[in-house]
Design a protein around this ligand. Structure first.
Ligand code: PLP
Length: 410
């Protein structure tokens, strides 16, 4: 992949048809992977194959196409189960993405078990998806929100953790890797602490699931969520992992077909997990394609991807730090594969538009982290985020473009 490993990322680039194009007369450099990644041919083929050969609704039909679709769909659940190190496929619930998974837990678990005065513990670096659903359920139940602070260097301030994570806390939910700062949080240690005070724990793995090895038993969380589209799969498919005992005691969230055992006019009985949480026709093609994405990632190896992505991020961080007027944010060591940075006078939106003219796709904005941006005093930042097909040469090209921006906006 990069010079730090033996597998050059050039090898994988040809698997991604979209990468071979020019944008505004320049070869595309796609550094917006934290927003969504590109899709390899194997995933596009899986989508096409399903619609060309097997398209039918799952679980309900006894005809051949329906059996094939059901088998491929449930096969994808088994793959996710192994990918996450879950104990059983029954612990894998398909959702639209991380956002829907957090909303499911906030509504189904939170709406049932939280009561006035209980504390929901989050961190100051949560994506809005792992903040707003908890605000909504807190308003409904009378529970209170509490936050683990973030230091100026972009790490969790754990000095007062034993006071923050006390027996008032009924649920703790935190991001594994910050999509704004690239910080990798000590989720295993924090989930262990949550368990000690009897709190349920949830990990937002949107930025980690496709980028590093991850095992739910090792992390020790009760819930974990991720989005397929941030790891080579299509949009509209994601996963909620839930520990079997916790899922058993959690009532359904949405009602409809597929999740019931028996329905009468006045009431119904429900299946167990995961069916209980998957009302209606699921995203069958997307789920099967998520299985193909997992196969693709596994052939490369998540540890290789982690080393590669971190290598690019550390290199970009150091090179941006050396550029006049630019300042990279977050930890300078041991980080996820992304770098946010600010310029002392160019607005991130102007910088992003300038880079786009050179074929470089960055993201400029608040990255769905408005409260933390406000705390740091930035209206927005620019962000470069990397994946398995990006190269050191692309990082150097970005540095060159950022230098050109210094002259252009002078
Ligand atoms: C850390 C984190 N959590 C949650 C989300 C929301 O993911 P989705 O929009 O796919 O539901 C994102 C998306 O950027 C993210 O980076």
């Amino acid at each position: 992949m990069t010079s730090t490993t033996s597998q050059p990322s050039e090898t994988f680039r040809s698997d991604f048809p979209i990468l071979s194009q020019e944008v505004n007369g320049h070869p595309l450099i796609y550094f917006d992977n934290a927003a969504t990644t590109q899709k390899p041919r194997a995933v596009l083929d899986a989508l096409m194959r399903y619609y060309e050969r097997d398209n039918a609704n799952v679980h309900r039909g006894i005809h051949t196409l329906s059996s094939r679709a059901t088998e491929a769909f449930e096969n994808a659940r088994d793959k996710v189960c192994r990918y996450l190190g879950a104990r059983s496929p029954n612990e894998i619930i398909f959702t639209r993405g991380t956002t829907e998974a957090v909303n499911l837990v906030a509504n189904a678990w939170g709406g049932t078990f939280l009561k006035a005065g209980d504390v929901i513990l989050l961190t100051e670096m949560e994506h809005h998806s792992n903040l707003v659903p908890w605000q909504l359920v807190a308003q409904r139940t009378g529970a209170r929100l509490r936050f683990i602070p973030v230091t100026q260097s972009g790490e969790l301030d754990l000095e007062k953790i034993d006071t923050l994570l006390n027996t008032e806390v009924k649920l703790m939910s935190l991001t594994h890797i910050s999509n704004f700062l690239g910080t990798i949080n000590p989720v295993k240690e924090l989930c262990a602490k949550a368990r000690l005070v009897g709190a349920v724990s949830m990990v937002d793995a949107a930025q980690s699931a496709g980028h590093m090895p991850l095992d739910v038993k090792e992390i020790g969380c009760d819930f974990l969520a991720f989005s397929g589209h941030k790891m080579c799969a299509p949009t509209g498919i994601g996963v909620l992992y839930g520990r079997e005992e916790v899922l058993e005691s959690t009532p359904p969230w949405q009602g409809g077909g597929e999740m019931i055992l028996s329905v009468r006019y006045e009431n119904s009985t429900y299946k167990g997990a995961p069916a209980k949480f998957e009302a209606g026709t699921p995203n069958i093609a997307g789920t099967i394609a998520l299985g193909a994405a997992i196969d693709y990632i596994q052939t490369i190896g998540r540890e290789s991807i982690r080393v590669h992505d971190e290598g690019l991020a550390l290199s970009a961080f150091a090179k941006i730090a050396n550029l006049p007027h630019y300042r990279p944010l977050g930890p300078s060591k041991s980080r996820g594969g992304l770098v946010s940075f600010v310029h002392d006078s160019i607005h991130p939106h102007d910088l992003t538009a300038f880079c786009d003219q050179k074929g470089l796709a960055l993201r400029g904005g608040h990255h769905c982290n408005q409260p933390l941006m406000r705390k740091f005093g930035f209206p927005s930042t620019s962000r470069a985020s990397f994946y398995l097909y990006n190269t050191e040469a692309e990082v150097d090209r970005m540095i060159d473009i950022l230098e050109q921006a210094n002259h252009f906006f002078k």
